[in-house]
Design a protein around this ligand. Structure first.
Ligand code: ATP
Ligand code: MG
Length: 263
């Protein structure tokens, strides 16, 4: 079992879209994959169609969740094996998130070894997965720290836009700090997202990132594709929503590259 954290404290760079669609494609290729939604926004949970199974006024309430979530695992010590659910995609499983997680970082402050909660939970997984992918909120708070502590490899999505590299130094510094607790953690790769071939700026960012990160950047570049942004509102992964879209083709290619790299 290999565990990947998908992180970048910059918001809206494609962390969740990458977690959902890379994960789904790994599952389609026969790899048993567990997605962990560590973001109180729960975009990953709705991206695979999970939250929509509940009335909106229920999964939208901070104080009461209609299902068990990662909050119960981290704060209430529920075994992670009792919380993960199968998704509509074969081989693809989800540990859902819920808005109640928004208070978790504050609740964690008083817990001993608070950066270790997710790692401990994962150690108790009774089922074996090929890959675990953890989607993070856009911050370097305790939730992201928990993910970095639990993971073997960090995947960083970078949006092909101005200021793309902003904040990256801080993330890499955090990784160095985490190595104090988790010597295993290495950089798994950088994924360039939302590439718009019509702009010269996107081209520049690609060149910039490739020259900075040379051997760790994935060759597959994810294009800007409106179908990718529509799919979550249907609770479908891109491969189901529109398998012929440029977005679907790109994430299929990324999954292939990923498996070759981490088989
Ligand atoms: P946050 O930091 O808020 O968690 P994020 O890094 O997880 O954001 P996403 O939610 O994946 O980013 O993407 C941000 C927005 O951009 C979403 O509306 C998503 O549907 C859209 N999006 C992501 N990737 C693409 C793409 N390649 N083409 C077009 N739209 C995209
Ligand atoms: Mg997200």
């Amino acid at each position: 079992m290999q565990t990947f954290v998908i992180a970048n404290q910059k918001g809206g760079v494609g962390k969740t879209t990458t977690t959902v669609n890379l994960g789904a494609n790994l599952a389609f290729k026969g790899k048993k994959t567990l997605l962990i939604d560590l973001d109180p926004q729960a975009n990953l949970s709705s991206g695979v169609g999970f939250t929509q199974k509940y009335p909106r006024d229920q999964w939208n309430k901070v104080d009461q969740a209609p299902y068990k979530s990662i909050y119960d695992v981290l704060i209430e010590k529920a075994p992670i094996s009792s919380v993960f659910v199968a998704t509509d995609v074969d081989n693809l499983y989800l540990v859902p998130s819920h808005l109640s997680l928004a208070g978790a970082e504050i609740e964690m402050v008083n817990i001993l070894a608070r950066e270790n909660l997710l790692k401990k939970a994962l150690n108790e997984l009774t089922e074996d997965f090929d890959y675990v992918l953890i989607d993070c909120p856009p911050s370097l708070g305790l939730l992201t720290i928990n993910a970095l502590t639990a993971a073997d490899k960090l995947i960083v999505p970078i949006q092909c836009e101005y200021y793309a590299l902003e904040g990256l130094g801080q993330l890499l510094q955090t990784v160095e700090l985490i190595k104090g607790i988790n010597q295993n953690l290495t950089i798994g790769g950088v994924v360039l997202t939302m590439f718009d071939k019509r702009t010269r700026l996107a081209e520049q960012v690609v060149n910039d990132v490739q020259s900075h990160f040379d051997d760790i950047v994935f060759k597959t570049i994810i294009p800007r594709n409106v179908r990718l942004s529509e799919a979550p509102s249907h609770g479908q992964v891109i491969e189901v929503y529109d398998p012929n879209s440029t977005g679907a083709i790109a994430y299929r290619k990324l999954a292939k590259e990923f498996i070759n790299k981490f088989n």
